[in-house]
Design a protein around this ligand. Sequence first.
Ligand code: CTP
Ligand code: MG
Length: 229
Amino acid sequence: MQFSLIIPAAGSGTRLGKDVPKPYLVIAGKSILAHTLNRFLKIDSLNQIIVVTSDDYLKETSNILKAEVGRLPFHVVKGGNERQESVQNALNVVSGESDLIAVHDAVRPFVSKTTIENCLNRASLRRNDGAIVAVPSRDTIKKIDLDSMISHTPKRDEMWLAQTPQIFKKKVLMEAYRFAALNGVAGTDDASLVERIGGVVEIVEGDIQNFKITYPLDLQLAEMILSKK
Ligand code: CTP
Ligand code: MG
């Protein structure tokens, strides 16, 4: 099955606290966005790339894509205030030829080829609407009330941390975003919107190296990993 790749890169990186948004920080001679793109360019069934970014980075993003992507069609799309809005904007330019849509954060440059392939395989199964990569929670998770008091402690072995890629049948993801827009549903990942319309989404176990560069410590770790290569 052929897939379109959506890379949301329109965030401002508040938790990292740099002037330059995270995807455009350069490590080992390349932007984080370029490192991430290269992970997917190794996958044969990729047939379209859509990067979503802010107004100020439209030109730079086109330049990065021109430099990294060979013959594949690509688009640069304007982002929104929330990640969900950014992905929504990308859905408008998805190619009719794709069977699947993969969404992957620009700031997860260490996703492995095996993880991408496993997720694509699971998302392709007829019984599933999609599949997402996740890892078991290493910490115990607490559900809290508004006043910071613990209300519940779910069993740790039932708690998984969602990562990306998150890959879905094209029709299902389109429908999930349409439903969310019409009904004011907000979610922090793509799967939650698909779950909301009753979609069947399988978890694919990934690894902790596929972390999201979020805090300064994550950036230091990314620099360490890439300087050793
Ligand atoms: N993203 C996006 N559009 C937004 C917000 C986020 O495309 N309005 C993208 C980010 O660029 C990033 C990915 O979604 O690649 C994951 O988001 P996150 O790690 O939260 O990045 P930021 O929102 O930039 O960081 P912060 O939340 O710390 O401000
Ligand atoms: Mg954010």
